[in-house]
Design a protein around this ligand. Structure first.
Ligand SMILES: Cc1cc2nc3c(=O)[nH]c(=O)nc-3n(C[C@H](O)[C@H](O)[C@H](O)COP(=O)(O)O)c2cc1C
Length: 169
């Protein structure tokens, strides 16, 4: 699959088959995250991969959508801002770093025929409690991972001319 096709096929999937994700497939998907760029190459992130059914069931309290915890795998993208690059004006790259990592993961999963969905509207303190994530580490985004059980919704995007300015704002 070429890149232009891949980025168009990737859509948010909100229903998953219970079929397990083979370990070699999961490793390739996670490795796509590993090779992502991070500011100053500091790699200040950790990925928590949850497949244990009892652990996944605890995610009912983290994000109130059944399709989320029912997927065979949940990946939580975590980052430690204290270990991320910071610009002289205080801008911290932690959230950007983990977003790029998660995007690599999501696109690699798409190439493997897996469904994903960016999820940020979760209860972060609850997610940290469930996963035992220490203070100072943020969970920025999560995705369920599994074989799709439904088609994505309609594709809607602004036209390029609404999004691009030439030479000046
Ligand atoms: C940063 C980010 C956060 C998102 N958070 C959620 C979320 O909490 N719940 C959800 O169902 N979808 C979430 N989405 C998915 C978006 O709604 C979806 O990507 C968008 O509507 C475009 O649809 P598509 O992914 O099918 O192309 C999120 C997407 C992004 C990029």
């Amino acid at each position: 699959m070429d890149f232009q096709e891949l980025i168009r096929i990737r859509r948010s999937i909100r229903a998953y088959r219970p079929t397990a994700v083979p370990d070699d497939v999961l490793q390739r998907v996670l490795d796509a995250g590993r090779v992502a760029p991070t500011a100053c190459n500091l790699q200040p992130f950790q990925l928590v991969v949850v497949s244990d059914p009892e652990m996944r069931a605890k995610f009912k309290a983290v994000f109130c959508r059944d399709w989320f915890w029912q997927a065979p795998v949940i990946i939580a993208g975590c980052v430690e801002p204290a270990n991320a690059w910071e610009r002289s004006d205080g801008f911290n790259a932690a959230e950007l770093d983990i977003a790029i990592v998660m995007d690599h993961i999501i696109l690699a999963a798409t190439e493997e025929g897996l469904g994903t969905c960016w999820v940020c509207a979760f209860d972060e303190p609850k997610a940290k409690e469930v996963l035992g994530v220490p203070a100072g580490v943020r969970i920025v985004a999560m995705t369920p991972l599994g074989y799709p059980a439904a088609e994505p919704g309609p594709f809607m995007r602004k036209a390029l001319r609404e999004l691009v300015r030439k030479n000046h704002w």
